[in-house]
Design a protein around this ligand. Structure first.
Ligand SMILES: [Zn+2]
Length: 152
């Protein structure tokens, strides 16, 4: 048996223990590895520290909070697909996907793409494309706000 230092609270605990007796954080047997993040943390540069699964959950939560339809949330692939509603005054909706880009060292950046679902299929313009892109931006903003307010 060896003693390792808990990555969360700094207490010395047995490497055979599954969790730190001080704070309950999971202990890795192979030395002083920092425990896997358990929440998504927003960084100053707009990226997140966490896991891909946590970021997918956060993106899915953002879609639902805005009130759009969540089409798919794939924690392994890091993809969240959504569709905005068709509202009065708007004659088409937007479908899009938020990708959780893995930057390494538990750091992730949400990026995305979207397209306008044109009813009838005939008309497309640059403005419509920009409107679709802005939907992805809105989800990413909601993710940042959720990470700041609720998850911390
Ligand atoms: Zn601890």
């Amino acid at each position: 048996m060896a003693l390792v230092t808990c990555g969360e609270c700094g207490r010395e605990v047995s490497d055979k223990a599954p969790n730190c007796i001080g704070c309950g954080a999971p202990i890795e047997a192979a030395g002083n590895k920092v425990a896997q993040p358990t929440k998504a943390e927003l960084q100053r540069d707009g990226t997140f520290i966490g896991t891909k699964a946590l970021l997918v959950k956060l993106a899915a939560k953002a879609v639902l909070q805005i009130g759009w339809r969540l089409d798919n949330a794939d924690e392994q692939a890091g993809l969240v697909a959504f569709t905005t509603g068709v509202t009065w005054g708007s004659w088409s909706g937007v479908s899009g996907t938020v990708y959780i880009e893995d930057l390494g060292n538990n750091r992730f950046r949400p990026v995305g793409s979207a397209k306008q679902n044109v009813r009838g299929g005939a008309m497309l313009s640059i403005n419509l494309f920009n409107e679709a892109e802005s939907k992805v931006e809105r989800i990413i903003e909601a993710m940042r706000s959720l990470a700041n307010n609720e998850w911390n």
